[in-house]
Design a protein around this ligand. Structure first.
Ligand code: ZN
Length: 139
């Protein structure tokens, strides 16, 4: 399977069946992010248990890139410490706004497919939006 197929598969899968999508009534923080250029409007709901991200969910509407990125974000940050989640968000958003020919590190797993949006600069914001909301929630 080549990268383009993998990219399509993972993005479509997560945008059609976003993981951890929905309200989180006992969340400690709700941070909204929106991208008027595309129409993405997502709210990240975060629950901290001490220093641990014990639950993270999201609500809202966005394009397939935004929804897939938010879905992957919840999977990658749940049960991490706040510092680990923030470090991943910082690393991911920095790499996504960097040069397109730099591969994302292997430990990012499925998140690496989102590196493909760097070829489409106007879509980078779609992918980073949920992560910026998370950074703000953890900030
Ligand atoms: Zn978008």
């Amino acid at each position: 399977m080549n990268f383009e197929d993998l990219y399509q598969d993972i993005i479509l899968d997560h945008s059609r069946r976003p993981r951890n999508f929905g309200e989180l009534p006992d969340a400690d923080r709700h941070i909204n992010g929106n991208n008027p250029m595309c129409g993405d409007d997502v709210t990240v709901h975060l629950k901290l248990d001490g220093d641990k991200v014990s639950a993270v969910k999201f609500t809202g509407n966005g394009c397939s890139i935004c929804m897939a990125s938010a879905s992957l974000m919840t999977l990658k940050t749940k049960n991490k410490t706040a510092a680990e989640a923030k470090a991943l968000a910082d690393d991911f958003t920095t790499k996504l706004t960097g040069p397109a020919d730099v591969d994302l590190p292997e430990e990012m797993g499925d998140l690496r497919v989102l590196g493909g949006v760097r070829k489409f600069p106007q879509r980078v914001k779609c992918a980073t939006l949920p992560w910026h909301a998370l950074q703000e929630a953890l900030g």
